[in-house]
Design a protein around this ligand. Structure first.
Ligand SMILES: [Zn+2]
Length: 120
């Protein structure tokens, strides 16, 4: 009995933060991950099976996306009396930055699952 080298992924592959398909192990591109983010589900580019964002990672994704901004907004408004215009401008700048980071916290799942109940 010998383990085929092809069946084991090299360590450096595993450390890449992009989400992988739970059906075939294919590493998703950032673009596909963003589509999944907006649609809630998206077929794997490799095997075609629809993947969902796992509930847990969706939670962390939303947190990553909204928390820093909410804190900053409250801080600026309460401590510095900043008006809405600079805050809206800040949000416009923050949006793409947060979007870039989103795929790194996502995990895929074969089935739609309820919040806080990841299938693993
Ligand atoms: Zn796949």
């Amino acid at each position: 009995m010998s383990v085929s080298p092809a069946s084991r992924k090299p360590d450096k592959e595993r450390k890449k933060p992009m989400p992988t398909c739970q059906n075939c192990g294919f590493k998703w591109s950032w673009k596909d991950t963003m589509k999944l983010n907006f649609k809630g589900k998206w077929p794997c580019a490799n095997c075609g099976r629809e993947q969902y964002v796992s509930g847990k990672s969706s939670f962390w994704g939303s947190l990553l996306f909204s928390m820093p901004f909410v804190f900053l907004m409250n801080y600026l408004r309460l401590s510095h009396g900043v008006g809405w215009l600079p805050i809206i401008l800040l949000f416009i700048v923050y949006l793409p930055v947060a979007s870039l980071l989103m795929p790194f916290v996502f995990k895929l799942s074969n089935a739609k699952n309820r919040f806080g109940k990841p299938i693993e």
